[in-house]
Ligand binder design. Structure first.
Ligand SMILES: Nc1ncnc2c1ncn2[C@@H]1O[C@H](COP(=O)(O)OP(=O)(O)OP(=O)(O)O)[C@@H](O)[C@H]1O
Ligand SMILES: O=c1[nH]c(=O)c2[nH+]cn([C@@H]3O[C@H](COP(=O)(O)O)[C@@H](O)[C@H]3O)c2[nH]1
Ligand SMILES: NC(=O)CC[C@H](N)C(=O)O
Ligand SMILES: [Mg+2]
Length: 507
């Protein structure tokens, strides 16, 4: 059994980052709401996240620490303040928030938590409340210029608290702090590697699926390709892959994707459902409504395909962790951002049970698992493309004509990136068709046509992203080409927003 670190979420915007940092230590971890978790024998330690609430407010998130037994605990920010308050110490509201860089003024390196951490080390703060008095039996480990308690330990127990955020990169020695806790204090073994993940997952899938048949939605994307190869290793010919043309794919993508799977040993069937999706989407322009329609029609198509194969019990999907995190508030107080078609967009009643072997992994981890499965680079290197496809990049109701325009624009942009060697430097790129017309002039004639926006982002896992500084000359060439070649477009703009506060897709 794999050792596990449990991260209890109090709603911090950094909770996912804690998970990433722990996994970078090759230790498996899971995020659960502070109010709903289970302590199983594989849990080696618990991290209490930060959170937007104040422990001083009535009804703020609270939990019974007894439930954690004798396990090592690390409270970060809100988590640290909560431990102090519950043990009779003082947390005080201060007049101003401390946000940003600070430096550790004192460090008692006798304590394992801050071993190897230097005096003066830069840490990242984000709090309004301050721990002003430690309870009895709490030992001070560190302070900064502005706060008396930056880190503490409960005497005789492996329970620690820190006011700063070790998970953000601005805390320059943050990784060491987390390693000290996870590896030295919790004793978690660092053996969570892609190879082990494949081995364990295939074994579990064999047990879970037995001789059952599975239909899997295969999209040509990274996630479903990796999911397909994992399930294929477990059940072989009982896996039936279905690639649906929902009429919202990229230009010539249907044929291209089907071709790219030749030689991988998978049983792949292409299903043309274009007109069905267009019919169902007619007149819908609300983003969440469109996602839900697309999610439902996908499932209907999968269901029908399953019926024609007979005795199929399961639907396989390439759902990954961020799809789950953003679609449903699994994370306690975090809010729903958008209903990813394959999670929040699923209909309430389904005939098939869902199997999603990647739903605890981040994108870059999925790619590493794909490498371990020896999936070719041209599949693993593809930019992510959302299941609802161009449907959520047309910012109004969907018509085949709008899809045609956007496909042509997108193809010029993506091919341009490939031709000029920029594709691999970008994490994801695409074009949006805006619901506005603008005036232009072409060959002495007035035009009144569509505006498109181009977007290219850099990211690691899609949870945060920054816009890419594509060369002006490149953008100029692409803009010219689009306006000259795509009938119906007379203006091109470039999106320079980061995530947060924007998201990658516009809908
Ligand atoms: N056209 C499609 N046909 C069949 N299944 C699809 C299609 N598009 C999406 N899906 C299903 O929905 C899941 C989620 O889509 P998503 O785009 O997040 O993942 P992906 O396409 O596998 O990978 P990537 O994020 O790299 O595009 C897929 O893993 C797949 O199971
Ligand atoms: O399969 C999907 N179904 C969806 O409904 C969906 N919405 C967003 N995405 C993709 O998720 C990543 C993060 O997107 P956002 O920053 O727009 O939330 C980006 O990679 C998006 O392309 C989706 N993928
Ligand atoms: N980042 C945090 O956990 C902040 C905790 C608490 N809301 C404070 O302002 O002090
Ligand atoms: Mg995709």
């Amino acid at each position: 059994m794999q050792d596990k670190i449990l991260i209890l979420d109090f709603g911090s915007q950094y909770t996912q980052l804690i998970a990433r940092r722990v996994r970078e230590l090759n230790v498996y971890c899971e995020i659960h709401p502070f109010s709903k978790f289970e302590i199983t024998p594989d849990v080696k330690g618990v991290i209490l996240s930060g959170g937007p609430c104040s422990v001083l407010d009535e009804g703020s998130p609270d939990m019974d620490m007894e439930e954690l037994g004798e396990l090592p605990v690390l409270g970060i920010c809100y988590g640290a303040q909560l431990l102090v308050k519950k043990n009779g110490g003082t947390v005080a509201k201060s007049n101003h928030r401390e946000y940003g860089r600070a430096n550790l003024k004192t460090v008692d390196s006798h304590f394992d938590l801050l071993k190897e951490i230097e005096i003066g080390s830069q840490v990242w703060m984000s709090h309004g409340d301050t721990i002003t008095n430690l309870p009895d039996k709490f030992q001070l480990i560190s302070a900064t210029e502005s706060i008396p308690v930056a880190a503490y330990k409960i005497e005789g127990k492996p329970v620690y608290g820190i006011q700063f955020h070790p998970e953000v990169t601005h805390t320059t020695q943050g990784k060491i702090v987390l390693r000290n806790f996870v590896v030295h204090i919790c004793g978690a073994s660092q053996d969570w590697t892609p190879d082990i993940f494949v081995e364990e997952t295939v074994a579990n899938l064999k047990k879970q699926l037995g001789d059952d048949k599975v239909v899997l939605g295969l999209s040509g994307g990274v996630d479903s390709s990796v999911a397909a190869m994992l399930i294929h290793q477990a059940i072989g010919k009982n896996l039936y892959c279905i690639f649906v043309d929902n009429g919202l794919l990229r230009k010539d993508e249907f044929e291209g994707v089907l071709k790219s799977y030749e030689g991988l040993g998978l049983n792949v069937k292409g299903v043309d459902a274009k007109s069905r999706f267009y019919d169902e989407l007619k007149g819908a322009s609300d983003p969440e409504k469109k996602r839900k329609i697309i999610g439902r029609v996908f499932i209907e198509v999968f269901d029908e395909e399953a019926k024609s194969i007979k005795d199929v019990k399961w639907l396989g999907q390439g759902t990954i962790y961020p799809d789950v995190i953003e679609s449903v508030s699994v994370n306690g107080p975090s809010v729903t951002i958008k209903s990813h078609h394959n999670v929040g967009g699923l209909p309430a009643k389904m005939n098939l049970k869902v199997v999603e072997p990647l739903n605890t992994l981040f994108k870059d981890e999925v790619r590493n698992v794909g490498r371990s499965l020896e999936i070719p680079d041209f599949i693993l290197g593809r930019h992510p493309f959302p299941g609802p496809g161009l449907g959520i990049r047309i910012l109004s109701d969907i018509t085949p004509e709008k899809v045609r325009i956007l496909q042509d624009v997108d193809a010029i942009f993506i091919n341009g990136l490939k031709e000029e060697g920029l594709y691999d430097e970008v994490w994801q790129a695409g074009a949006m068709l805006l619901p506005v017309q603008s005036v232009g002039v072409m060959g002495d004639e007035r035009t009144y046509e569509n505006v498109v926006a181009l977007r290219a982002v850099a990211s690691l896992d899609g949870m945060t992203a920054d816009w890419v500084h594509l060369p002006y000359e490149f953008l100029g060439r692409i803009s010219n080409k689009i306006i000259n070649q795509v009938k119906g477009v007379n203006r091109v703009v470039y999106d320079i927003s980061s995530k947060p506060p924007a998201t990658i897709e516009w809908e």
